[in-house]
Write a protein that binds this ligand. Structure first.
Ligand SMILES: Cc1cc2nc3c(=O)[nH]c(=O)nc-3n(C[C@H](O)[C@H](O)[C@H](O)COP(=O)(O)OP(=O)(O)OC[C@H]3O[C@@H](n4cnc5c(N)ncnc54)[C@H](O)[C@@H]3O)c2cc1C
Length: 403
């Protein structure tokens, strides 16, 4: 009989770390991903705001796993799972498994309003980040060509006050105030308005209130208009409605939180299918956040079970949370320690550099950040794709093809 076949769906944090944790196990692994790369999502907003290039936060899965001989990487999209026959359906084929790890991550939730996606792209993939970068940079180009509509073009709305929304809003304000200074002739980029909308009573709900307050204060000092307790009621070509209030905008970013969708047993297996597990963002486990460390720990946990370890319940070890707000500003919670400001930012920097997969990338990214910090520079200010539709103020122009 051959070695047990472990199929891992998804090469994100959960899937990749599960594969690595099985490196010495007597199994053969097929890691399936519909992309050829592992994506370091925590730095996606840096791509969306032109601080880093896509290649700096993605690394080919084959490359990462090249030395691990018990893994084969397969570029394919999984479409269905049949736990009874232990089989995964792919878009163009099928795979039989002995053990299955599903780590395909979460998708954006538009709270039942999927039509909003056309006007307010979310931030989940490299394509999303490049699209947001395109929209953001084109807004300034459009305003420069048509200063009469400057207010419309240069109003940026970020929906969602979690870490991604805070990071996005801070970066957008910084770009407006510092990065683009002096680059335009007909407009003053600093006149741009950045609005951060959060339905809950405060920003960063997963952080302690004092750090959330510090983040809010810092954003406001940077010129961001923070709107708390305010729910978005519609998004269309012309902007965002907040109840009776209307904000005209052509650049809206969806940064509302995503949630796990699959209920699992305490050991992360699928109910009724003890050899199939769900980990990471896709798993709905009470008290476990949708963060990279939770996905990594989940991956290692199920790898231990598959390698013959005891079937223990999954316990998440919270090592702390970090969120950056802008240049040299961040908040950090590590146990009872609450830090904000420069030290938290240095911590954020160190953690992200250390966890970035791919040795070469770490140095390149560090270099880019040093340049960005010292010179207010954003080295990836490239507009790709069709520019024409976003250069006009006509309301239909900003429509993104639904994905
Ligand atoms: C903008 C942003 C910022 C974030 N910032 C932080 C942060 O600062 N700190 C932190 O800890 N966490 C952060 N997170 C959360 C963190 O990135 C996630 O918790 C983590 O990536 C979850 O890992 P995962 O393995 O569950 O899924 P993912 O990393 O999303 O990986 C899923 C993989 O599955 C693949 N896939 C999906 N569907 C299929 C399919 N049908 N077939 C084949 N392959 C498929 C995808 O291509 C992808 O490679 C952030 C997330 C985002 C989006």
């Amino acid at each position: 009989m051959g070695l047990p076949h472990v199929v891992i769906l998804g090469g994100g944090f959960g899937g990749l770390y599960a594969a690595r944790a099985l490196r010495r196990a007597p199994v053969r692994i097929t890691l399936v991903d519909r992309r050829n790369h592992h994506l370091f999502q925590p730095l996606l907003y840096q791509v969306a705001t032109a601080a880093l290039s896509p290649a700096q936060i993605g690394v080919a899965l084959r490359r990462v796993l090249r030395r691990q001989k018990n893994v084969a990487v397969m570029l394919a999209e999984a479409t269905a799972i049949d736990t009874r026959h232990k089989r995964v359906e792919l878009r163009d084929g099928a795979l039989d498994y002995d053990f299955l790890i599903v780590a395909t991550g979460a998708t954006h939730s538009y709270f039942g309003h999927d039509e909003w996606a056309a006007w307010a792209p979310g931030l989940k993939s490299l394509e999303d980040a490049v699209e947001i970068r395109r929209r953001m940079l084109l807004a300034y180009e459009a305003a420069e060509r048509d200063p009469a509509h400057c207010e419309l073009f240069l109003t940026f709305v970020v929906v969602g006050g979690g870490p991604t929304g805070v990071e996005m809003a801070g970066a957008l304000a910084e770009i407006a105030r510092h990065v683009l200074k002096g680059d335009f002739r007909n407009i003053d980029p600093a006149s741009a308005r950045v609005v951060l909308v959060e339905a809950g009573p405060r920003l960063l709900p997963a952080f302690p209130p004092d750090l959330a307050a510090a983040a809010t204060h810092r954003l406001e000092r940077m010129g961001v208009q923070v709107r708390l307790g305010t729910a978005v009621t519609s998004i269309d070509a012309g902007g965002v409605s907040l109840g009776s209030e209307r904000i005209a905008s052509r650049c809206v970013v969806w940064a509302a939180d995503k949630a796990g969708r699959v209920s699992v047993e305490p050991d992360l297996s699928i109910p009724g299918a003890p050899d199939a597990f769900v980990i990471g963002d896709l798993a709905a486990v009470p008290g476990v956040p949708g963060l990279a460390p939770a996905a990594i720990q989940g991956g290692r946990h199920v790898a231990r079970i598959i390698a013959g370890g005891a079937r223990k319940p999954f316990r998440y070890r919270d090592k702390g949370s970090l969120a950056t707000i802008g240049r040299a500003a961040a908040v950090a919670q590590i146990g009872r320690l609450h830090i904000n400001g420069f030290i938290a930012w240095v911590l954020w920097l160190v953690v992200h550099i250390l966890t970035l997969i791919g040795f070469r990338n770490r140095f390149v990214v560090l270099g880019e950040w040093a340049a960005a910090y010292l010179r207010h520079e954003r080295g990836a200010r490239l507009i790709t794709g069709d520019v024409q539709p976003l250069l006009t103020h006509s309301p239909e122009a900003g429509r993104d093809e639904p994905r």
